[in-house]
Design a protein around this ligand. Structure first.
Ligand code: ADP
Ligand code: MG
Length: 324
């Protein structure tokens, strides 16, 4: 199976958009809507860094799509077109690309994404996948990290810590029960449960600043605070935790909670909303079924601080996931 067979067999079926030209030309054509703004993001997954060598390849495909989709949703946008740069290890059987493509198809279909191009190369190194995802957002542009105002509430979607706990579970390092919860967490690490796409509309309507939580809640709160030139205060008693997260922090206490706030791979959305819209947002959360939790606020100042149970503030160490 040569490069062209691989493209024609596994990837061309995912290229539904006419502008992709069935992956038979050198470029693709994007036809963005006239009343929208085109946005673009790129994320890479490297074997041994972002997924485990033994992770099933369909889950790797889904993770690749989701880590990019969460960026677009966090800006209030909807995903549309993707290009895939695939660097395949010579040590892996080429027919396994089929399994990867199945995972990609699953998520491309569920998020309404068309594959429009890419590149296929081979390496003696680790499996490496880069997806560039284009999306569309409102005409007046994406919700930036920088619009947070003093007095705004900080909200987060879903639960925090499940990505990190999932990696611990997958490696057999997590000593909590029940077994089904360990399996759920492990599956979360492989295929993050990003918020429902309706989060994009909510962000577009309410958020003044927004980003997706990929490096860890504390690190990303710092990013939002820095871009908005504000201080972020995160209330430790308000962090939304799953069953597994609750069991872990009951066992490990505040040190355990800090681990969940510093671990990466959540892919939830963190955003600021003026305090006057609090009740409205709560109602939208209930109505839409998109879980949202108010976890803190922005005030004048800089950095990210944690409000402890007794009300005292401690400065958060800048300890999110960093590659360099
Ligand atoms: P070139 O020789 O110009 O680099 P390629 O032979 O790499 O072109 O690619 C041929 C076509 O297949 C192009 O449309 C390209 O976008 C597409 N393509 C190549 N690899 C991938 C991939 N991994 N996923 C999606 N499309 C791909
Ligand atoms: Mg090429």
């Amino acid at each position: 199976m040569n490069e062209f067979d691989i493209i024609a067999t596994f990837f061309a079926p995912l290229a539904k958009d006419a502008g992709a030209c069935g992956l038979k030309d050198d470029v693709a054509v994007l036809a963005p809507s006239a009343n929208k703004t085109l946005i673009v993001t790129t994320d890479t997954l490297v074997e041994g860094v972002h997924f485990r060598r033994e992770d099933p390849l369909d889950t790797v495909g889904q993770k690749l799509v989701r880590v990019n989709v969460s960026d677009v949703l966090s800006k209030g946008g909807q995903p549309q077109w993707a290009s895939l740069a695939l660097t395949w290890p010579s040590s892996r059987d080429k027919t396994d690309i089929k399994t990867l493509a199945e995972g990609l198809k699953r998520d491309f279909d569920s998020f309404g994404i068309s594959l429009i191009g890419g590149d296929t190369t081979s390496t003696s190194g680790p499996l490496t996948l880069t997806l560039t995802l284009h999306g569309e957002c409102a005409y007046d542009g994406p919700v930036r990290r920088s619009g947070g105002q003093p007095g705004a509430d900080l909200w987060v979607s879903g639960c925090i810590g499940d990505g990190w706990l999932g990696l611990q579970a997958a490696e057999g390092l997590l000593e909590i029960g029940p077994k089904e919860e360990l399996e759920r967490l492990s599956a979360y690490y492989q295929v993050p449960q990003i918020p429902d796409v309706r989060i994009a509309e909510i962000v577009a309507r309410y958020a003044t600043a927004s980003l997706d939580v990929s490096d860890g809640l504390l690190a990303d709160a710092q990013h939002l605070a820095a871009a908005s030139e504000q201080k972020a205060i995160i209330n430790l008693s308000q962090i939304p935790l799953s069953k597994g997260g609750t069991a872990f922090t009951e066992d490990k206490g505040e040190v355990g909670l800090l681990k969940l706030l510093s671990g990466g791979d959540d892919y939830q959305v963190l955003f600021s909303v003026p305090a006057g819209r609090r009740d409205e947002l709560l109602a939208v959360s209930v109505e839409s079924g998109v879980p949202l939790t108010r976890i803190g606020s922005l005030t004048k100042g800089e950095g990210a601080f944690l409000e402890q149970l007794d009300g005292t503030l401690i400065r958060a160490a800048p300890n999110g996931w960093k590659h360099f």
